[in-house]
Design a protein around this ligand. Structure first.
Ligand code: FES
Length: 232
């Protein structure tokens, strides 16, 4: 381990990590930060530790599902390190904690410090606004995830791929809570302004085949939306 150096476990995914992340952090004596959705962000947590006078901070990413690779943890940490005046040393584990690697010590044994030459946040590959014609927002908030939104999202992605549709055609984006949680799992198709509830695996396939490919929203799962609140 790292002696008195503060350890931060960084949740890499979009979906709510549930209580497992806090349990893991407590077991490791670590604080928690989030690379994407969730508070505190990694930037905020690094600021907090630096403001407290810490001179060495250790980061290890955690992923129990779909999430960016560990290189993104280094990119984001390096971006903060370059922008911060007199930053502490930031050391990043070279692997992620996941279902197969749930011990911190072996990962920290291979940790490497940020040196400032790491890749930045921008790339020419990420300049253009994508040209997709539809975007499917799959809710990965706590209630939708508890009702199987992870499987729905995976099935949706596979069905789109099987239909020959890539990101330039239909962009799938996982989100936090979209609010009509009683209908979880929830997904929306934009710009069609179509909201779906009860999006299990079968419904996810139907959304691809009937709506995205066939052009007709799936009536059995469609939620009524009331723009402007006239029905409230
Ligand atoms: S958690 Fe999905 S709509 Fe609230």
């Amino acid at each position: 381990m790292t002696g008195a150096d503060p350890l931060v476990v960084v949740w890499m995914g979009v979906a709510d990590p549930g209580p497992g992340l806090s349990v893991l952090a407590t077991r490791c004596g670590a604080s928690v930060a989030h690379l994407q959705l969730g508070e505190p962000s990694l930037r905020r947590e690094l600021d907090r530790l630096a403001d407290a006078g810490e001179r060495r901070v250790v980061l290890v990413g955690v992923s129990f599902g779909a999430a960016p690779g560990n290189s993104w943890l280094r990119r984001v940490a390096a971006h903060w390190w370059r922008e911060r005046t007199d930053p502490p040393e930031v050391v990043v584990a070279t692997g992620l904690l996941d279902h197969e690697h749930d011990e911190v010590a072996p990962l920290l044994a291979r940790a490497r410090p940020i040196v400032g030459t790491e890749a930045g946040l921008a790339s020419s590959a990420w300049e253009d606004v994508p040209r997709h014609r539809q975007q499917v927002f799959v809710c990965r908030g706590p209630r939708c995830t508890a009702r199987g939104a992870d499987e729905s999202a995976a099935v949706l992605g596979r069905a789109l791929a099987a239909a020959g549709l890539g990101d330039d055609d239909v962009l799938v984006t996982q989100t936090g809570c979209q609010f009509p949680c009683n209908h979880a799992p929830v997904a929306t198709v934009q710009p069609d302004d179509v909201w779906y509830g009860g999006v299990d695996a079968a419904a996810a396939r139907a959304i691809v085949h009937e709506h995205v490919v066939g052009g007709s929203p799936v009536a059995g799962h469609r939620l009524v939306r009331d723009p402007g609140g006239a029905g409230r």
